[in-house]
Design a protein around this ligand. Structure first.
Ligand SMILES: [Zn+2]
Length: 301
């Protein structure tokens, strides 16, 4: 079934694009809030969990090693500072990280005094988080887990990966105590994404390397500040704050190679991209959002 209602603002005024000749995927843009996404979603089936026979601890560790950790550390510290400004003293406050990966974010949160817990669908991540940082993760989708309410829920690059992001955010809302705070990071629709789709449209579905990489089965929504705000407010969240950010979690060379750029050209481009990232002029490819569930936050008991 193609997407007929915007998953951000609920509008039915969606513009469809010519399918990519490489991938045959068709994208849409919401005329109201600007959200971009993949239209034909029938083939995406999410597993309940992924065992060690499918993704081993060693394979997962190699993938984690390709990430730009100094960037992650800075992003984690900023998010924790902003959560603290909303929640007050973190000591004894309960935080739940959905899709917690190797547990590094929760390790940062634990150092600040939070009572930490999270989940992941990949068993190798559960093992790595325990072994590296002694962080407890539940294996499986939060919709299937029995969880106690928490003061903060965090989702680092999760909502663009799941079949039903609205339902996941509803579960996040339900998991929060009154007055609790949600933080999320998700890919942002930049001017490059919109231009790339316009170019592909003019070329009748050719020249789609960029849009095929940015809007993909594992990454199917690119939010705008407006669509992110609409999504959170429709669920009942208040005090919504949406911040565009230039954060690159893969190193530039890995990212460019994953887009099919040949190795020689990729090395030159990666150097230029790294310079832009250091200089703060790279496109702000992600959105970070904070919001609160209505009500007064109870003191730590
Ligand atoms: Zn919309």
């Amino acid at each position: 079934m193609p997407v007929v209602t915007c998953p951000g603002c609920g509008s039915t005024s969606l513009r469809g694009y010519t399918p990519s000749r490489r991938t045959e995927r068709r994208n849409f843009r919401c005329r109201s809030c600007g959200l971009l996404g993949w239209s034909d979603r029938a083939d995406l089936v999410m597993p309940d969990s992924v065992g060690l026979d499918e993704i081993s601890v060693e394979a997962r560790e190699a993938w984690i090693a390709s990430k730009r950790t100094s960037t992650a550390d800075a992003a984690y510290d900023e998010a924790l500072d902003r959560l603290e400004s909303r929640l007050g003293d973190p000591n004894g406050r309960r935080i739940y990280d959905i899709g917690a990966g190797d547990g590094l974010f929760l390790a940062h949160a634990a150092k600040r005094g939070y009572d930490v817990r999270g989940n992941d669908l990949i068993q190798a991540n559960v093992e790595i988080a325990k072994a590296r940082y002694d962080i407890p993760l539940d294996l499986g989708d939060i919709a299937t887990l029995e969880l106690d309410p928490v003061d903060a829920v965090t989702l680092w690059c999760v909502i663009a990966h799941v079949e039903d992001p609205t339902s996941l955010l509803q579960h996040s809302y339900d998991l929060l105590r009154p007055g609790g705070v949600i933080f999320l990071q998700t890919p942002r629709r930049t001017w490059i994404d919109r231009t790339a789709l316009g170019v592909a449209e003019a070329a009748k579905g050719r020249l789609t390397h960029w849009s095929d990489r940015r809007i993909a089965p594992h990454h199917w929504l690119l939010h705008t500040a407006r669509s992110m705000r609409a999504t959170l407010e429709a669920l009942g969240f208040v005090d919504v704050e949406v911040l565009p950010r230039a954060r690159y979690s893969l190193d530039s060379l890995t990212y460019l190679r994953s887009m099919g750029v040949p190795a020689g050209a990729a090395r030159g481009l990666a150097k230029a991209a790294d310079g832009m990232i250091r200089g703060g002029i790279a496109p702000r490819i992600v959105l970070e959002a904070y919001a609160r569930k209505p009500g007064a936050l109870a003191p730590v008991s």
